[in-house]
Design a protein around this ligand. Structure first.
Ligand code: HOZ
Length: 443
């Protein structure tokens, strides 16, 4: 069935408004994750009803081309028929057993085949669980306590990762979360992304004390910021030299920028990889994995404890397996990247032609338009963005039927369901929106 076209302007959001009013009475801030609150763009958040292919539909029936894609999992778009069929079938067989199923073996095998740095994997239910557990494992394996992370990277909401973090913390301007004990926060060493010298300095100061460096190989939670030059290679070299572990957070990039993740693009072998989003095909799954001898420290093989009632949940395993099956089809990534390049080139022409103070960073199907004239290579430069103008742009795009992440500090996700026409329509919407937001006197 061809999904209906987005509703033309003007849009009514009266049902969304009414539902959000009700949501605020019973849900904290009216949401279950802060990034949904439209905190940085103002206005009332939309309440969604359903999705189909490249489109989402709000409670009022307005349709939008979706570039949020549930923040990354939906590389196939909404309601891919194979994923829907698999989940329906599994729901009829049983949604949870709290015991191992063959499905976990199948998804683990696919992951291990895709990422040769992983020999053993442990499934959990969220990226936060995975990064938190990976750090615990790194601390246990090295007998050290410090962790180096990068300003503007986001690794979920465990205590160790909540300072100078990207995503919702960047959006809401929360530099460090209350509730994190000082003693824990003191063990996290923040350094600028793309700055190997700063990492060297941290290791010089804490030689033999750092358990791990954790990095998003392509930062995507301060907007998209690719790694420059030898940055990732330097991290590998420095950690090996000092006996620390390299943790690659591929929650966003895994199965997104390539079937083998960013580590296959840059030929860097981390000690532990953290996955999430796409491997669950839109259901809650994440994982961490690495070489067998390291992973064998985790219970029950070893003593590093980590557990979960819904870990390896069968519904989620089926969605993940079906999603990866589609990604394995010949030409999948070539096609996705070709389409994404069309969007990126269209936007690039707009930016060049209009000489606009906007910078675009992109890798494959991930991109961000930063409302700043300076190149964005780390959190500091990302923070130069004119977030008020971004907010105006967000609403102009929404009015034109395009749903972007409601924050300057997030990635746009192109999915396989976007057609060339959808992407051309998006470029046109950007052109019209730029005209409005850069018109003199508008801001
Ligand atoms: N990594 C996602 C945003 N960058 C998380 C979404 C959420 O916080 O809800």
């Amino acid at each position: 069935m061809t999904p209906p076209k987005p509703t033309p302007l003007p849009l009514s959001h009266s049902l969304s408004d009414a539902l959000f009013h009700e949501a605020q009475k019973v849900l904290v801030g009216g949401v279950n994750s802060p990034v949904r609150a439209f905190g940085a763009v103002g206005g009332t958040p939309l309440i969604f009803d359903h999705g189909a292919g490249a489109r989402v539909f709000d409670a009022d029936g307005n349709g939008y081309l979706d570039f949020v894609g549930s923040w990354g999992p939906l590389i196939l778009g909404h309601t891919h028929p194979d994923v829907v069929a698999a989940v329906q079938d599994q729901a009829a067989r049983g949604s949870s057993f709290g015991m191992t199923t063959e499905l976990e073996i199948e998804l683990a095998r696919k992951i291990i085949r895709a990422l040769p740095t992983i020999e053993n994997v442990r499934f959990v239910s969220s990226g936060t669980e995975a990064t938190m557990s990976a750090l615990r494992l790194a601390r246990a394996a090295t007998g050290r306590n410090y962790v180096v992370k990068f300003e503007g990277c986001y690794h979920g909401h465990a205590d160790s990762f909540l300072s100078q973090a990207g995503s919702g913390l960047a959006t809401l301007g929360i530099p460090a979360s209350p509730g994190v004990p000082e003693a824990i926060a003191a063990l996290t060493l923040n350094v600028p992304f793309n700055n190997s010298a700063a990492v060297e300095e941290a290791f010089a100061k804490h030689s033999g004390e750092i358990a791990a460096v954790i990095v998003e190989p392509i930062a995507a939670n301060m907007g998209v910021v690719p790694p420059e030059g030898s940055f990732l290679r330097d991290l590998r070299e420095i950690t090996l030299r000092d006996g620390a572990l390299l943790l690659m957070d591929e929650v966003i990039t895994g199965f997104r920028v390539a079937y083998g993740g960013a580590q296959s693009l840059f030929s860097i072998a981390p000690d532990i990889t953290i996955l999430g989003k796409i491997i669950g095909g839109g259901l809650p799954v994440a994982a961490y994995g690495g070489r067998r001898e390291l992973m064998r420290n985790v219970a029950p093989a070893g003593k590093v404890y980590q557990a979960g009632t819904l870990s390896g949940n069968p519904l989620a395993m089926r969605a993940g397996i079906e999603t990866l099956r589609v990604l394995e089809r010949p030409g999948f990534y070539e096609d996705l990247h070709r389409k994404s390049a069309r969007l990126v080139q269209g936007l690039d022409q707009l930016l060049q032609g209009g000489n606009l103070p906007v910078r675009m960073n992109s890798v494959g199907s991930l991109l961000t338009l930063f409302f700043t004239p300076v190149p964005v290579r780390d959190f500091e430069s990302a923070k130069h963005s004119d977030t008020a103008r971004f907010a105006a742009f967000f609403w102009e795009m929404l009015k034109r039927g395009v749903f972007l992440p409601p924050s300057q500090y997030e990635a746009w996700f192109v999915s396989a369901a976007h057609t060339v026409e959808d992407l051309d329509q998006t470029v046109q919407a950007c052109r019209d929106s730029f005209e409005v937001v850069f018109r003199e006197g508008v801001m």
